[in-house]
Design a protein around this ligand. Structure first.
Ligand code: C6P
Length: 406
């Protein structure tokens, strides 16, 4: 398996960790950033520097152009028909909160239901708990199977209540890597008269996502997991749905007319982008989207899946290692595992001494951990910059780890 990208694209890969070559296996938490992204941000700060959507002077219109070009790049990456259907947020969490509050407070009535799943990240649970609490609505969860798939028969039965107004589901699970049949899930929601929000935090960085094909009303994701900086994310929404929603935050840039005692609002996406946005970060996100499109998302997925299959083949031969999740094409590049009698935090600390970064804990998915019957797991996840050598390093270090704790 040839390296997929040049490792010199990613400055962090040239920096040793604990005296060892860095083996970064935590792309599910956040990704490394390529030079093109760092340069795009640096260029904005060094050569442009002005605010967007405000001044008429040339630096300000250059800043606006760069910011809006980034929106166009990300729209192309996810095949959105109109860039205006993309709202810049801080991250996935903010995108989901935006919908929960702006849409939910307006549209949810007492006894209405919101369907989530046991496999969701807390970001796609807690906002719904909060808003359901304010409106007297109920949150119900689709059960997950022991191998981390969603029980679609249970989903169908939840939809039969006739009270479901919103289905909020991740496209790809961060805890187990399951790729859910998202088109079918969206179709079922729509047939039941509900809207559907998709948490795309773990799909946009790793799969070819076409929001028009998927058909969801909302699709939220984070820049920092897709080679872009922290502090920038995207909420895609169908334009007619966004247009019918009130703002989430109020302030500059999101208005049409303001009087001392009332105001009217701009059209989307500006309606949902109050205040000075994360300009450099949005420009960095645009550069990341271009970089990913140049690589081709089908190739990205194939590369990362090949690494996952290679890693699982080896881990399966270990005594005392349990891996979680489904096998096959509906799995992305996430491997959750536990070593017998070794706490996942000890595994992660042991690997860190070898320069290997994996995450350990409940991965902000406590209901999923409960359904699996564990408190926590270790988790290795792959990105475009990982190689077969990285998997070999993980496997070798796990062998040492098992011996050490025996
Ligand atoms: N998961 C992980 O290590 P933010 O923090 O808003 O960028 O992303 C939240 C989020 C939402 N949904 C899913 C499916 C996610 O995976 C995440 C972030 C990281 O698994 C950090 S907890």
């Amino acid at each position: 398996m040839k390296p997929f990208i040049s490792s010199s694209d990613f400055p962090l890969l040239e920096q040793p960790v604990n005296g060892k070559r860095l083996v970064y296996l935590d792309s599910t938490a956040t990704s490394l950033k390529p030079k093109v992204v760092l340069e795009a941000m640096d260029n904005y700060y060094r050569h442009v520097g002005a605010n967007v959507h405000r001044g008429v002077y040339s630096l300000s219109s250059q800043a606006t152009d760069l910011y809006e070009m980034a929106r166009v790049s990300v729209a192309r990456l996810i095949s959105a028909a109109q860039p205006e259907s993309l709202v810049f947020t801080r991250n996935t969490t903010e995108g989901i909160n935006l919908v929960a509050y702006a849409w939910g407070l307006k549209n949810l009535l007492p006894d209405d239901e919101i369907v989530v799943s046991e496999l969701e990240h807390h970001s796609n649970l807690v906002p719904w708990h909060l808003v359901a609490g304010y409106r007297g609505a109920k949150v119900k969860a689709i059960r997950m199977t022991t191998d981390g798939q969603l029980d679609l028969e249970h989903y169908a039965s939840l939809l039969q209540s006739g009270k479901v107004k919103m289905v909020a589901i991740a496209h790809v699970s961060n805890a187990l890597g399951t790729i859910h049949p998202i088109q079918k899930i969206v179709q079922m929601a729509h047939q039941a008269g509900a809207l559907c929000l998709v948490d795309g935090a773990q799909s946009v960085p790793h799969l070819q996502v076409d929001v028009q094909d998927i058909g969801a009303d909302f699709y939220a994701f984070s820049g920092h997991k897709m080679l872009a900086p922290t502090g920038i994310g995207v909420l895609y929404g169908k334009l007619e749905v966004l247009k019918a929603m009130p703002p989430f935050l109020g302030g500059g840039d999101m208005i049409d007319q303001v009087f001392p005692d009332h105001s009217s609002y701009a059209e989307p996406p500006m309606r949902f982008e109050a205040g000075t946005p994360a300009i450099a970060e949005a420009i960095g996100l645009g550069a990341a989207a271009e970089y990913l499109m140049d690589l081709g998302m089908a190739r990205v997925q194939a590369h990362e899946q090949a690494l996952t299959v290679y890693a699982l083949e080896q881990l399966d031969q270990f005594e005392g290692v349990t891996t979680y999740g489904t096998r096959g094409a509906n799995r992305s590049a996430v491997i959750a595992f536990n070593l017998e009698n070794v706490h996942p935090h000890d595994v992660a600390t042991f690997l860190d001494a070898e320069g290997i970064c994996v995450r350990a804990g409940h991965h902000c998915a406590q209901p999923a951990m409960r359904a699996l019957g564990v408190q926590s797991t270790a988790r290795a996840s792959f990105g475009i910059y990982n190689t077969k050598e990285d998997v070999d390093a993980l496997v070798e270090s796990l062998k040492h780890c098992i011996k050490f704790f025996q």
